[in-house]
Each structure stands twice: as structure tokens, then as C-alpha cells.
Design a protein around this ligand. Sequence first.
Ligand SMILES: Cc1cc2nc3c(=O)[nH]c(=O)nc-3n(C[C@H](O)[C@H](O)[C@H](O)COP(=O)(O)OP(=O)(O)OC[C@H]3O[C@@H](n4cnc5c(N)ncnc54)[C@H](O)[C@@H]3O)c2cc1C
Length: 430
Amino acid sequence: MKHLILGNGPAGVVAAETLRKAAPHDEIVMVGHEDAPPYSRMAIPYLLEGNIDESGTYLRKGADHFERLRVRQMRGRAVALNTEKRTVLFDDGHFESYDRLLIATGSHPVRPPIPGVDLPEVQTCWTLADARAIAAHAKPGARVLQLGAGFIGCIIMEALAKRGVQLTVVEMGDRMVPRMMTPKAGGMIKRWVEEKGVRVVTSAGVQRIDRGSEAGTDAPLVVTLSTGDRLDCDLVIVAAGVAPNVGFLEETPVHVAKGVLVDDRMETSVPGIFAAGDVAEAPDLFTGAHLVAAIQPNAADQARIAAMNMARGAAARDTKLNGVLAINVLDTLGLISSSFGQWWGEKPDVGGSGVELVDEARYRYLSLQFKDDVLIGATSIGLTQHVGALRGLIHGQVRLGDWKDRLLANPLSFVDAYVARSQQPMALAR
Ligand SMILES: Cc1cc2nc3c(=O)[nH]c(=O)nc-3n(C[C@H](O)[C@H](O)[C@H](O)COP(=O)(O)OP(=O)(O)OC[C@H]3O[C@@H](n4cnc5c(N)ncnc54)[C@H](O)[C@@H]3O)c2cc1C
């Protein structure tokens, strides 16, 4: 049995290791197309801060780790898939055959169609190559404009601030992290960031980016905002969203929506072809609707499940994903925030209710969202301890019974609710 793994990020690496354990005698080939050993993108901010060097981002430290596991590493970009012949075509023209295929190609940052977005001082922050380019331009005092204040945008802000740049963040939404924070929470994060000296412009976009020389200034770039403001910049960082790497699946029977659609075994519409990580859309825990949950722990969990189902042999078994739970934990210039599950809540006419606790002065916030007596979502700011209990209640779909009313009266008692309801086996209703 030959397993071909496309992608050598966290999903590809965990799949290769799991396969080796579950199928000791199978052939495993793992492919990536970047100029580095398998690494973790989430370590890039630490690299930019200067806390680690590039080797600190590597997922596995031993130089011969994959050799010892008999995982053949290959460099190349998959450009086409033939599901009849079970082959993948790579950009150097060679074909690789497979018995089982894992698509773990992750996603890529999207550059919005703005005039000037391809100028060399306009960078995304996704790969080690991007990090090297940013480090070259983001010197102390440099004028940096960051386009987008989503999850990735907030994560890299800390690294940029530590590099001593003058930072302006421009966000199309009406608040920071609009796709994972309630209006109140997003507004609090904005205020926090502004207090730390970052200029934040919300409900605005970048209209164009010009060379300073053509716009009559000595700055490398001039950025024009939809508000009419024109800003001199040394560097623009685009953090405006990502799209799964699925181009090579065009004209194949592998079903793709935004990402590759998989079932709860991480198998695609084509038997024998699996997908995991940022490229995969798996069923959501609550709704069953397909969802890309683009964080590293999800990539690892999904890869483990995919690999167990790809393997045949003594240790292999049918392994299922218990639904994807959206989880985001953010450290924005020292302010910790999190969102879990359906943080935006459910409509009252289908059993939805919620409660919001706000302490603006101390930057503390908690929103709990229920469907009937089950906690389905939460958003928090300033809670650094015990948020695992929120996750536990949501992930376990724990029936709260009379604890729901207690939580509505005092949302901070969620740890007590967790202990009371989920530590007693009989209290778990589902
Ligand atoms: C700056 C930054 C900070 C982040 N911080 C966090 C964080 O704090 N917490 C968190 O949980 N997540 C974080 N993330 C997200 C996290 O990195 C991703 O969820 C994770 O990398 C997903 O793993 P993956 O293996 O699915 O995809 P990736 O890590 O993207 O790996 C995909 C691999 O596939 C390869 N590939 C792509 N296309 C092809 C092709 N056609 N052929 C062959 N190979 C291909 C790529 O070279 C790459 O090696 C961060 C991401 C970034 C960019």
C-alpha cells in the first residue's frame, strides 16, 4: 500500500507519523513545495520577534526524523490529479502513483484586487519566505500599514509592535476580528490596541497603493484609503483572508466547495482520497454544515483521523471526527481573547438565548450563547484561566439543566457548571 501525502505542514506531518505507526510496512511519501523542512506557520510571529531562528519553526527537530520513520520526502507542487489512474502530476512533469491519497495542502493568503498590491514592498505573512521579506523592511520606526484585522492580522500585530514599527491597521469590518468577535468584544480589542499606540481604521479599505516617487513623496509607498486619507508607508502587509489550495483538483470528481469536502472519516467524495487541515471542510459539531476550521490543533486532529482511516492493518480502525468545533484563542498585544463554537448565537425562535457580561474598564468580557440548555458558543476577553471549561461544555454538548439559569444570572460561574455537569458521568446527556 502506497500513501501519498500532499503537503508537509502540521497536517501532512501528523498524518505521516500516524500512518507509520498504524501501517508499519506501507510506503509513505510526503510532498511539500517550500524551501524549508516541514515547519509551523504559527511560529512565524516568534521568528519576527527575534525569539527564535528559522530552525525554531521546524515541526520536528531531528534532521533524520522522517528518514528514521521511512517517510520519503519529496519537493514539488501538485498540479493535476487523475483519480482513474491514481496518479498526481507535479510541476516538474513527473507523476507519482498512490493507493491512498491525503490532500493536506493548506491554504494561501488572498491579495485583494487593489492597484499596486503586487509591488515588492507589499507582503503577505504566511510563509518563511514572507517572514524573511517582512524582517527586511520592518525596521524600527518603519511606517507599516496592515490590511486586515482578522485572526492572522491580530496575531502578527504583536510581532510588528515588538519590532518597533509605526503601525496602522485598516479593517473593512466595523470592528477588529469581525468574524470571530461580537461587536462589543471587537470594539474592546480595538480600544486596547489603540491604547498601545497602534492606529486602527475600521469600516475602511485600501483603494490603491502607489510608488511614493510617482505620488510626489520620498516614501517607498503611498496608500490611499477609501476614507480619502493618503499614508506614506515603507511596508504594507496584506492579511485579508486565505483560500484553500485546491487548484489541482479542478476537473476531478473530488467535491470542492471553498475547501475539499470530507465526511466524518475525513474521506472525500472519491473513495481512497482523504483531506485534512486548512484545506478541508469537515462537518460542524452543531450544524453538520461543512466548515474550514483553520487552526493548527484542528489540522493535527483531522490528520490523525484521516491517517487511521487510510491505514490498513492490525492497528487500523474506523476512526471518526466528532464534528469540527470552531476555536480561536488570540493574544492581541497582550490582551487574551477567545471564541468557541457558535459564538454569534442562535435565534430565539429555535431555542436560542444568551448573556453578555461587560467590564470595559478592566477589559473583561464574556458572552455565553445557548440552544435550549446546551452551551453552543462563547466569546471572552481577559479570561486567561479556565477557558478550557468553556470549550469542554461546548464540545461535550453538555445538558446544563438548572445550571443554565445560574449561568444566565452569573456567566462567570461556568467553571462550577463544568465541574457540576460534566464531571458526573450521568450528567452527560448526549
Ligand atoms: C502567521 C500565522 C500565525 C498563525 N498562528 C496560529 C496560532 O497561533 N494558532 C493556531 O492554531 N494556528 C495558527 N495559524 C494557522 C496554522 O498555521 C494553520 O492552521 C496550519 O498551518 C494548518 O496546517 P496545514 O498542514 O493544514 O496547512 P499548512 O501549514 O499551510 O501546510 C500546507 C503545506 O502544503 C504545501 N502545499 C501547498 N500546495 C501544495 C501543492 N499543490 N503541492 C504540494 N504541496 C503543497 C505547502 O507548501 C505547505 O507546506 C497561524 C498561521 C499563520 C500564517
